[in-house]
Design a protein around this ligand. Structure first.
Ligand SMILES: Nc1ncnc2c1ncn2[C@@H]1O[C@H](COP(=O)(O)OP(=O)(O)O)[C@@H](O)[C@H]1O
Ligand SMILES: [Mg+2]
Length: 288
């Protein structure tokens, strides 16, 4: 039911081998000398939707910060390859320019900076050119209508006095404007009522249809009713302990996180047993 390394290359049928969009190999990350990530392996191809689920404190946000290059999160070993290129030494804005983007679990307020200014500055910075104001406005208004963001938002200060739902809508609006190749969404569903959840999910689906790969970090299964991942990974104590299809999320909802640990222990034990028996079978009878 659960299996490891289920990521399938969407470029399988092309003869030329294309590097995965994101390849995380045995990633270890420490915060203030405490190891939080303990060997994460994950491969994401262009346009795929992956969900990471896990208990609070299992290290999900740490993974998102490490991917974007938060200075407090130190990569002590392992690789983070984006289009085959190591990004571990790059600044967050270099990563953003390459097409990586993160929607924060806890977006911060920036009093004094209006939403409209903020969005235009970030979009210009990431796209590396100044978009004409008219063009920018048109694009922005269209997306705002889609995401149910009111006009008055534009003149308000970023996240200043915003409700939880408003903050998350703004995160998705920003991502939709940035059009990243890889969108990392950290608990974007938390604090959303059902209507906000639907519109935000719709925004994510629109991005995914435009070939943005999505890494959806979530504690609850409910968002996965609206954004359907092809791959679900269970995070525990700083690593992925099980991966599967979207049915894994439903199973987690039914059975909680506890059974996964047991299953992954059983699985590695049976893999070990299989490896032992196949090497035994390869040994000629009578050999010492
Ligand atoms: N900036 C930080 N300083 C100290 N400890 C941290 C910091 N960020 C995360 N941690 C610790 O790392 C562990 C994982 O946290 P986190 O990545 O936020 O988990 P999750 O997002 O799955 O809830 C927790 O034990 C948390 O206390
Ligand atoms: Mg978190």
């Amino acid at each position: 039911m659960t299996s490891k390394n289920t990521s399938k290359s969407t470029a399988e049928n092309t003869s030329e081998k294309v590097a995965p969009l994101l390849q995380i190999v045995d990633l270890h990350v420490s915060v203030e000398d405490k190891e939080i990530l303990k060997g994460v392996n994950l491969t994401i191809n262009a346009g795929e939707i992956h969900a990471i689920m896990g208990r609070n404190g299992s290290g999900k946000s740490t993974l998102s910060y490490a991917l974007m290059g938060h200075p407090r999160y130190k990569v002590t070993s392992g690789k983070m390859l984006y289009k085959g290129q190591e990004v571990g030494e790059m600044s967050p804005d270099q990563r953003a320019k390459l097409g990586m983007a993160l929607a924060f679990q806890y977006p911060v307020a920036i009093p004094g900076v209006s939403v409209s200014n903020f969005l235009r500055k970030t979009v210009n910075a990431v796209r590396g050119r100044d978009i004409p104001v008219k063009e920018f406005r048109l694009e922005l208004k269209a997306l705002m209508a889609k995401l149910g963001v009111k006009d008055e938002f534009l003149s308000r200060y970023v996240n200043d006095g915003f409700s939880g739902g408003e903050k998350k809508r703004l995160e998705i609006l920003q991502l939709s404007m940035l059009k990243p190749l890889l969108a990392i969404l950290d608990e974007t569903d938390s604090g959303l009522d059902i209507d906000a959840l639907k519109t935000v999910s719709e925004g994510i689906n629109v991005m995914a249809q435009a070939d943005t790969a999505v890494l959806l970090i979530t504690h609850y299964q409910r968002m996965l009713n609206y954004v359907q991942p092809q791959f679900v990974h269970v995070f525990q104590d700083g690593k992925i302990v099980a991966s599967g299809g979207k049915e894994l999320a439903l199973e987690l909802e039914d059975r909680g996180y506890e059974w996964v640990t047991q299953e992954s222990v059983d699985e590695s034990a049976s893999a070990q047993a299989k490896a032992n028996s196949s090497s035994a079978a390869a040994t000629p009878v009578g050999a010492k």
